[in-house]
Every structure is written in structure tokens, then in C-alpha cells.
Write a protein that binds this ligand. Structure first.
Ligand SMILES: [Zn+2]
Length: 393
């Protein structure tokens, strides 16, 4: 088997249907799954310190290669010791290729078989994103798990368009794999301006492929099979979901992937992470999730609770002495009441957004912790049904 992921392993126990508890070992430690990965797009979970993220139950962070490539630059991060040293997060990390950002943020993008040419959303400069270039970027940034470049299309795309993008994503996976392995053998390119200690040997990393195929079961199957035919992987991601399709379609695609993908590797569902999505995903065999929702919504005052979402700015909270969630062990709920948090939002104080973001991150991590406990106790089926009934009630 390829030497690309000897430092990565995964073991599972306590299966309940497709759900299971797992331990994903990486060079920077072990992740207990199912797990939610807080999103640190620019190398920071917006508004929170790494200590706060850790205390809120964060195990593994996700950063974005597109954003970090544009600023401060992948070579700069490498010169500063790599993503872990740069951000002071010493746990496991993953970089998304940024394909989604190239397709959604960049201006004037042109997609060809070779790759994507685009204008930076920051300064209008022109850039080329090919599978090979993306591998060089992610090898420089140095996260433990790096994602392939894939072609993204709208969630409800027609069969022919979904098929073409899925097949191109497989061809791009081949090119990613070749370049990933080449850098592993030959080392990284020297930094042009010798910014610092020039470490040519890449850190131990593993490349995750991404199952595509829109909402078409046949294409999802073909994508999963194509990926598995191409070799052995330390994990497999499922992409292109939660981009506008209906929930039953999302669930159906997860069931198709669940049946196709081997159970001996972690499955990572990209960009999906509302509370009920997490539980529906775990039920269908997903081990890793990420989503910007807890911090993005937190900054807007939207709070995740076991009874659904609550808006902290509501005037009914003016004299409410309760925490956001009774019994929540996060640093926000341990200390502050809704009346004060509402006041912080009304006064535009930054502490308000920080505290609600912190609660939301802790809340999602808490759901995953409780799911693991329920699985270990053999109570996952009833626990998850009760949880969803309360949340949706
Ligand atoms: Zn809380």
C-alpha cells in the first residue's frame, strides 16, 4: 500500500446500524468520531482563540487553502513553520482545496480540463488553480489531511452536467495523487525568497478524495467506485451536498454513499453541520463534519439550542436571566444570561458575538460527544430519535 498515509489509521466500535464510534489517528493526535470540525477558514475560528476552541471540545480544525494561498500565501505559512506552528493549533488539521471558494467567490473564473483560472476576490490578480498547483499549495500549508481539487456545480444540476463534473473530478484526483506522491518523494520546491528555514521535506499528510455526483444515485455510485478503484485512501469525503438540494435528496445520497464506501475508513461529509444534519449524518455512517454555521450564525445572534434556533436579540430576552441553554457546560452558558447577551448585541459589543459563536461551537461538539456516548451505551437509536423530535418540535 502507498506510504502516503502510514501515520493515519482508523478503528471503530459500537456500531448501531450505519452509525459507529471511531478513532481517527493523525500525526497530530487522535480524533474521536463522530466529530464536528470547527472551521478556521483563515487559520482562525472567527472570533475565538485556539484555547477557547479547544475548551469548547474542538478536536480537529478545517482551514481553507484558497484563502491561505491568497493571504498570507502558502510559501509564507511554510516559512513560518507550517499551519500548526503558525496558528498555534497543535491538534489535527485539514485543508479544503478551496474549490468551493474558487467556484463561488472568485471573479471571472474559467474552467477547463487543465484547471480553473480566476481573479482573486481580494485584489483582482489572476491565478491558476490546477490539481497539481493545489497539491503544491496544500503541501506547503502542511495540514494533516488535504483535499483534492474537484469541480463543483449547482446542487440540483441535471444528470449530464453532474456526470461531466464527477468524471472530471476523478481525472483531477488522478493528477492530485501523482503530484501528491511526487512531492512526497522529491520534496517541496525551495522558497524563492528564502523567507526562513527552508524545509523541503513535506510533513506526513494524507490526501482525501471527494465523492461527487449531485443528487443522482447512479453518479454517486460511479464516483465512489471510481475512487476506490484508484487505490487505498485513509479517508473519503462526500462533497457537493447542502448546496440547495432538498433534505430527502441529501439523505438519499448519504445512503447511497454509505452502501458503497468501505467502513474501515472515516467518511467526511463536507460543509454540512446544522444540529439535525449532524445526527442524520451519523445515522447514515458519517464520521466527520464541518460547517461555518455556528460561528457565522453566532455573529448574527442566532443560537443553537436543543429546542431549535433562538435569536438572542429578541426583546423577550431583555429580562431573561437564563443561560442560552440550561445545563450547557460552555464558557458562555456557565457565566452569562440571555439578558446580558442581548444587551451586548444591542450595544454592538464584540463580546456578544464571540460568546454566542463559542456556545454554538461547543453545542455542536457536545452533540457529537453525546452521540458517541449514546453509541457506547447502545442507546443511539432512541437517543437520536428523541433528540431530533425535541429539536424539530
Ligand atoms: Zn452554551
Amino acid at each position: 500500500m502507498p506510504s502516503t498515509h502510514t501515520e493515519f489509521s482508523f478503528r471503530t466500535a459500537h456500531d448501531c446500524g450505519s452509525a459507529r464510534v471511531g478513532w481517527f489517528t493523525t500525526p497530530h493526535g487522535e480524533v474521536e468520531t463522530p466529530a464536528f470540525m470547527p472551521v478556521a477558514t483563515h487559520g482562525v475560528v472567527r472570533g475565538l482563540s485556539m484555547e477557547e476552541v479547544r475548551a469548547a471540545g474542538g478536536q480537529m480544525l478545517l482551514a481553507n487553502a484558497y484563502h491561505l494561498y491568497l493571504r498570507p500565501g502558502d510559501m509564507m505559512i511554510r516559512a513560518l513553520g507550517g499551519l500548526h506552528a503558525f496558528t498555534r493549533w497543535n491538534g489535527p488539521m485539514l485543508t479544503d482545496s478551496g474549490g468551493f471558494q474558487v467556484f463561488s467567490l472568485a471573479k471571472l473564473r474559467t474552467v477547463t480540463e487543465e484547471g480553473v483560472t480566476f481573479r482573486s476576490h481580494l485584489d483582482g490578480s489572476m491565478h491558476e488553480y490546477t490539481p497539481e498547483h493545489v497539491m503544491r499549495i496544500e503541501r506547503n500549508i502542511g495540514a494533516d489531511v488535504i483535499m483534492q481539487l474537484d469541480e463543483l456545480i449547482a446542487g440540483q444540476a441535471e444528470f449530464a452536467d453532474s456526470c461531466a463534473a464527477m468524471e472530471r473530478s476523478l481525472r483531477w484526483l488522478d493528477r492530485c495523487r501523482v503530484e501528491f506522491d511526487r512531492i512526497g518523494r522529491e520534496g517541496r520546491a525551495p522558497t524563492a525568497d528564502h523567507l526562513g528555514a527552508d524545509d523541503l521535506a513535506p510533513p506526513p499528510q494524507t490526501l482525501f478524495p471527494i465523492v461527487q455526483g449531485g443528487i443522482h444515485a447512479e453518479l454517486r455510485r460511479a464516483s465512489a467506485r471510481g475512487i476506490l478503484e484508484r487505490g487505498d485512501w485513509a479517508g473519503v469525503a462526500i462533497g457537493g451536498l447542502s448546496v440547495g438540494e432538498a433534505k430527502p435528496d441529501l439523505h438519499a445520497m448519504l445512503e447511497v454513499c454509505d452502501a458503497e464506501l468501505p467502513r474501515r475508513v472515516p467518511r467526511y461529509l463536507m460543509g454540512v453541520g446544522f444540529p439535525d444534519d449532524l445526527i442524520e449524518g451519523v445515522r447514515r455512517g458519517i464520521d466527520l463534519f464541518d460547517c461555518v454555521a455556528p460561528t457565522r450564525m453566532g455573529r448574527d445572534g442566532t443560537v443553537f439550542t436543543p429546542d431549535g434556533k433562538v435569536q438572542v436579540r429578541k426583546s423577550s430576552h431583555r429580562t431573561d436571566r437564563r443561560p442560552l441553554v440550561e445545563g450547557c457546560d460552555c464558557a458562555c452558558c456557565a457565566q452569562y444570561d440571555r439578558a446580558y447577551l442581548r444587551h451586548l448585541f444591542a450595544s454592538d459589543e464584540m463580546l456578544g458575538l464571540r460568546l454566542v459563536a463559542l456556545h454554538n461551537v461547543a453545542f455542536l461538539n457536545g452533540i457529537m460527544r453525546d452521540a458517541r456516548r449514546a453509541l457506547v451505551a447502545g442507546e443511539f437509536a432512541t437517543w437520536s430519535a428523541d433528540w431530533l423530535a425535541r429539536y424539530r418540535g
